[in-house]
Ligand binder design. Structure first.
Ligand SMILES: [Zn+2]
Length: 248
């Protein structure tokens, strides 16, 4: 398919115009007018670009692309090498950030719920990014953390705020630990995100909700895979996910 057709489909399907984001969503590097083989991944690192080139891909689709607000603009150093590699290998880069966290079908947060068997009941927070719902059964913090480890192939950090069981929880993939106070106001028993900061420990205990940091990478592997599968289904394009493991 034509690159332009792919970009138009993704931009519209993910409603990129609805979001106020820290990076451009959509086509970030244009290097090939034809799309036959998409490699998807979490982050457009040098390792992912090299793996995609070795696989013969013409397009990379990621959650974390380039050109973040506040970063240095020149194409030098790491950023220069990555972009030079894309162009040298005739590989396009498409990146979708917040629209791919929030999307109702392929979003990271909905995909996380499906994988964990959590029922989605509501959403809240800045740009409605945080989901709220219930686990399949009431469970202890230790049980929930163990289940996350198993299903996400990660090593979650669990911060206990007491003995209470988890009947209602809220979750948001990535570096969303800052939403813990908003989650506490909703009255949930636990909040699950990707990363953790020093203040999170005290906030969890003092506000009385358990906190689980399940890994930024581990919680954001699924949206991009669901989007690539959707594209493959609809347009008959070859796609594959390449995981570049990251313990954070
Ligand atoms: Zn992220």
């Amino acid at each position: 398919m034509r690159l332009q057709e792919l970009c138009e489909f993704c931009d519209e399907y993910l409603q990129v115009g609805e979001f106020d984001d820290y990076c451009p969503n959509g086509l970030q590097v244009e290097a090939n007018p034809e799309v036959r083989h998409i490699v998807c991944g979490v982050t457009a690192s040098q390792a992912l670009i090299e793996a995609a080139a070795a696989a013969g891909a013409d397009t990379i689709l990621v959650h974390h692309g380039y050109f973040w607000k506040g970063e240095s603009q020149p194409l030098t150093g790491v950023k220069g090498r990555r972009i030079a590699s894309l162009i040298r290998n005739d590989i396009n880069l498409l990146a979708y950030h917040l629209p791919l966290d929030a999307h109702a079908e392929v979003g990271n947060n909905v995909q996380l719920a499906a994988l964990m068997d959590w029922r989605v009941e509501d959403r809240f927070g800045e740009q409605n990014l945080v989901l709220e719902g219930r686990p399949a059964r009431a469970q202890s913090l230790a049980d929930l953390a163990a289940e996350i480890d198993r299903r996400l192939d990660t090593r979650a950090l669990a911060i206990s705020a007491g003995e209470h069981e988890i009947r209602r929880l809220a979750w948001c993939s990535g570096a969303a630990q800052g939403f813990i106070e908003t989650a506490a106001v909703r009255g949930v028993d636990a909040f699950v995100s990707g990363e953790v900061s020093e203040p999170t420990f005290h906030l969890a205990r003092e506000m009385g909700l358990h906190y689980i940091a399940a890994g930024h990478h581990a919680t954001e592997r699924y949206g991009v895979q669901a989007l690539a599968a959707k594209i493959a289904d609809r347009f008959g394009i070859r796609q594959q996910f390449i995981d570049i493991p990251n313990p954070v």
